[in-house]
Design a protein around this ligand. Structure first.
Ligand SMILES: NC(=O)c1ccc[n+]([C@@H]2O[C@H](COP(=O)([O-])OP(=O)(O)OC[C@H]3O[C@@H](n4cnc5c(N)ncnc54)[C@H](OP(=O)(O)O)[C@@H]3O)[C@@H](O)[C@H]2O)c1
Length: 333
């Protein structure tokens, strides 16, 4: 079967290879014909060789159709549309230690291939009416936005949400927050992308390049109060502004590292405002089942900026690296 694997040398060295067919499912397993994936910043890091890997099948997100069922599997039947889970072993409850050691497309082989055989518990049903590419976006970006706003943030209608930039996680968070009756502010480096965010329902927008002190603008928008929730994908370069833009006892979910992995935090201001800062890495299978149930109601479908063919994965990553996208970048075959 066709697969895309890493090789030393980054994007230029990504290889389309022919791997052995994974065969028939054993007890508790399913065989899935994969047809879609979506790109995440995390996958780009692996493809660029951080950490260096050789021969790793890329991509954390995978969606497709169940082809065969192993003994004892009752949750799925042949023909079901399914989508992968980011943490194969985290089914419910508290997160497990171990970082990305068991994350597909990083610590173990991912879904940039035609077929896979894995335990049925490593998948959930795909949301009703979603294409394979749309379904694949829930594994990482979608579930991260869901967990930040619903599981951790306990978002309520009428609250205010700030999302940073217009990448996969942030646009998912914008769509979800609007669907739940929140008011949403969006930052971006591009006025054109901010217009697209407004068309999707954003209530307030600010260009973080032309307004480096964007927290002041967000505070003005909230009459000096600050927002209830921040989807923090920037990290050290944005956290100080995010803290300034948050209301007393508001919540910041620390999700991303777009500006680096270490830096100064205005601890006194954070303490004085009694802000709740939560780190988060995607979510459990239980969270994904709940998210799929919500998406089944038809609240929204993810924004797919552009879709590439599997063989074009290196070009898809170059497109992601250019920062031109708005929402998700898809991969199909
Ligand atoms: N913790 C988790 O579970 C989890 C899950 C998914 C992703 N992440 C992390 O979250 C971050 C975003 O991931 P993604 O997949 O959504 O990435 P992405 O789709 O590649 O989004 C990148 C976008 O971020 C925006 N951006 C870049 N620098 C920024 C800055 N200084 N301030 C505000 N926005 C900035 C840009 O938006 P504009 O073009 O509009 O300026 C850019 O297009 C990454 O660090 C990723 O590793 C974490």
């Amino acid at each position: 079967m066709k697969a895309i694997v890493t090789a030393p040398g980054g994007l230029d060295a990504l290889k389309l290879v022919d791997l052995p067919d994974p065969g028939k499912p054993g007890a508790g397993e399913i065989r899935v014909a994969l047809h879609g994936s979506s790109l995440n910043y995390h996958d780009l890091g692996v493809a660029l060789g951080k950490p260096p890997t050789d021969g790793r099948v890329l991509m954390a997100d995978g969606a497709g159709v169940v082809e065969e069922i192993g003994e004892g599997v009752s949750e799925f039947k042949v023909g079901d549309h399914v989508v992968s889970c980011f943490f194969p072993d985290w089914h419910d409850g508290r997160p497990l230690p171990g970082g990305f050691a068991r994350t597909p497309g990083d610590g173990i082989d991912g879904f940039a291939c035609e077929y896979t055989v894995r335990p049925a518990t490593e998948f959930t049903r795909a949301p009703k009416g979603f294409s394979h590419v749309e379904a694949a976006t829930i594994t990482t970006a979608g579930l991260t936005a869901w967990r930040a706003l619903v599981e951790i943030g306990r978002l309520r209608a009428g609250e205010t949400v700030l999302v940073l930039g217009t990448g996969g996680v942030s646009i998912y968070a914008l769509q979800l927050a609007k669907a739940m009756g929140a008011r949403v502010a969006v930052t971006s480096s591009s006025d054109e992308k901010l217009e697209r965010a407004t068309a999707l329902g954003a209530d307030y927008t600010v260009n973080y390049k032309t307004h480096p002190e964007w927290a002041k603008k967000v505070l003005e928008w909230t009459n000096g109060v600050g927002v209830d929730h921040v989807i923090e994908v920037g990290g050290p370069g944005t956290l100080s502004q995010s803290i300034q833009a948050t209301r007393m006892a508001g919540s910041i979910t620390l999700i991303g590292v777009l500006t680096g992995i270490q830096g100064d935090v205005p601890t006194a201001m954070m303490m004085g405002k009694q802000i709740i800062l939560s780190g988060l890495i995607v979510g459990s299978r239980r969270h994904q089942l709940d998210f799929v149930q919500a998406l089944d109601t038809g609240i929204f479908k993810p924004v797919i900026d552009r879709t590439f063919r599997l063989e074009e994965l290196a070009d898809a990553f170059r497109y992601e690296k250019s920062g031109s996208h708005f929402g998700k970048i898809g991969l199909e075959w």
